[in-house]
Design a protein. Structure first.
Length: 257
């Protein structure tokens, strides 16, 4: 196993402990010597490991003291949140709470993009959109649909709309959300609580509305927003199921009944 793999694996384990609350904000991380001894590595590699943990945003170096644990939940930015989400997967209660927040923010950005583009000059060539949707359909029709690639294409489509609309901050946040979700298989799978074909149908319906030039009625928009919200609730429920939280809760209830 290469030194870089060792550094990554040990940094991930230390980050998991921070995410789990095993190390508390404000406390000192184990020293370079302690990390080297616990994980059977030399001190230079241990120093690199703690440096990687600092790059995650989980600790900060204090001159003469070592590395202090940051309050990653309270003070962490979007990059810290991304790492925190990944390391929280073994802790369903924390991961589900974070995923619900991720889905809520994603839903707001996507809804804003779709509604704003519907009311805009719609400068994207429909042929460009249809080409991407054709690719989505090909992936959805595979015997084992490539959920990760489908989701990546959908993120690209929304990013394209946001770029056209000049919504650069929303685009940056969407990009970060895409990275968070795409590196967690359970999160990717959750976005397909319904069949992958449904994603294709929604995009085709949107392009048809945009090409018609008339736009949807207020009642149709309200229905779309309601359906969109219901879908995302199913996404969160699917994530809970994939992490086993639903089964665990049922077992606990049965044991105490």
């Amino acid at each position: 196993m290469g030194s870089q793999t060792v550094v990554a694996d040990v940094a991930d384990e230390l980050a998991r402990r921070v995410a789990a609350g095993e190390y508390q904000p404000g406390d000192l991380m184990p020293s370079v010597r302690q990390v080297a001894e616990e994980f059977d590595m030399n001190r230079a590699t241990a120093q690199l490991t703690l440096g990687r943990l600092e790059s995650y945003g989980f600790v900060e170096a204090r001159r003469g003291k070592g590395f202090t644990i940051r309050d990653v939940r309270e003070a962490g930015g979007i990059d810290v949140y991304r790492h925190l989400f990944r390391f929280s997967i073994p802790m369903p209660e924390i991961a589900i709470e974070m995923f619900r927040d991720i889905v809520e923010v994603e839903r707001g950005i996507v809804m804003e993009a779709l509604l704003a583009y519907t009311g805009s000059a719609q400068e994207i060539d429909p042929a460009e959109l249809k080409s991407a949707i054709d690719e989505l359909e090909s992936l959805a029709r595979l015997e084992v649909p490539d959920f990760r690639q489908i989701l990546a294409i959908e993120v690209t489509l929304v990013r394209r709309l946001l770029t056209t609309l000049g919504l650069s901050m929303q685009r940056a946040i969407l990009n970060s959300i895409g990275e968070m979700v795409l590196e967690v298989p359970e999160a990717v799978a959750a976005f397909f609580a319904g069949a992958a074909d449904l994603h294709v149908l929604v995009w085709r319906a949107l392009v048809a509305v945009w090409e018609s030039g008339s736009g949807p009625s207020d009642a149709q928009l309200a229905l779309f927003e309601d359906l969109f919200g219901m879908y995302h609730e199913k996404v969160v429920a699917k994530f809970e199921e994939l992490l086993g939280a639903v089964d665990a809760a049922a077992e606990t209830h049965a044991a105490t009944a």
